[in-house]
Structure formats: structure tokens, C-alpha cells
Design a protein. Structure first.
Length: 184
């Protein structure tokens, strides 16, 4: 502000340095002239939000849950309070409020999205076959690497480079892999 007043910057440049629009900077200048540095403070500080739930409604919600709807889930309780008691605040507020009062317990965490399954106990019980496309040699077309491996031992039974993945190609690779396993 002092550099703007010293005419080092115009309003547009000062606003850009502060990350504001020129209009907002002009309003701030007016506030600064009227009230000094105090005019630049956020006017919302110390005021209750207009969206805040009144204390008497908070008490009513807590009383309803404790007496009439004890043991209900937050979702079901919120639906009933909205329908039967003309409550207009959000489900998120209701759930957070009930948690803050200790009326709801946090839900147990679900298991991991992908659980590791135990490996098969004997070799040959489960074979995996997977293919991936790569440019293996510069200047040549991309080739698929198709690998067959054993789940129990992580042994790779076969690995082939082929121009295209396909059902017939894969069945042929399975046949070769099984033939190799029989001769071991």
C-alpha cells in the first residue's frame, strides 16, 4: 500500500502483486483510508456464520437422538428428523454433531481394496499368463511379451515374444508350457 501511495505502482500493478483484482484493490484502498490497517482485516472474523445451527436446535437434535432415536444410524436419523421435525440442516452437519457428542461410534474400517491371497501350496496348482506390449528393438514393430509363471514358486515356465496377442497364440503357448512341465 505504501509503495502504491509513493506512486511506484499503479492500481493494476499493485493488485497483480497482491493477487487481487483491480476492483478489490480499490475497495481496500478506500477501507484503508477510512479505518487504517484495521480496515483491511476480514470483517467476518468474530461473527457467527449465517449457516450455523442455532443452539436450541442443537439441543433438540441431541435430545431427540438420546430419547427417541437412540441407536439409529446417522443417515436414518437425519432422514427422520428432516421429515418429522422440520429440520433443514445437512446430513454432514448431523453426522458430525452426533460424533462430537459421542452419540455415534466411528464405523469400523473396511478391509484393504485388494487383499493379498495366500499362494498355492504346490507347484503347478495355478499358473498365470500375462502379456504386455513393448517396443523391444528400435526400428522394429512393437512385440508382446507373454509370460507364464507358477503361483506357488514364482517360477517362470515360459516367456515368448510375439507380434500379436490372440487366443490361438495363447493356447499354443499353454500347450508348450504344459509339455515342458510334464518332462521335468
Amino acid at each position: 500500500m505504501s509503495r502504491y501511495e509513493a506512486l511506484e505502482f499503479n492500481q493494476m500493478e499493485a493488485a497483480q502483486l497482491l493477487g487481487l483484482s483491480e476492483r478489490t484493490f480499490r475497495r481496500w484502498c478506500g477501507r484503508y483510508e477510512e479505518a487504517g490497517e484495521a480496515g483491511l482485516l476480514d470483517r467476518r472474523l468474530g461473527k457467527a456464520s449465517g449457516k450455523r445451527v442455532p443452539l436450541d436446535r442443537e439441543f433438540e437434535v441431541e435430545t431427540l437422538y438420546r430419547t427417541r432415536y437412540s441407536g439409529f444410524t446417522a443417515k436414518h436419523f437425519h432422514e427422520l428428523v428432516v421429515r418429522d421435525h422440520r429440520f433443514s440442516w445437512s446430513y454432514t452437519w448431523t453426522k458430525a454433531f452426533l460424533h462430537s457428542k459421542g452419540l455415534l461410534t466411528k464405523a469400523s474400517r473396511r478391509g484393504a481394496h485388494r487383499r493379498k491371497r495366500p499362494r498355492r501350496p504346490l507347484p503347478g496348482m495355478m499358473l498365470h499368463q500375462d502379456g504386455s506390449r513393448h517396443i523391444w528393438l528400435g526400428g522394429q514393430p512393437a512385440l508382446d511379451l507373454i509370460v507364464t509363471m507358477d503361483d506357488a514358486t514364482n517360477t517362470i515356465y515360459s516367456g515368448f515374444l510375439t507380434e500379436k496377442k490372440g487366443r490361438l497364440r495363447r493356447f499354443g503357448l499353454w500347450r508348450r508350457c504344459l509339455a515342458a512341465m510334464v518332462w521335468r
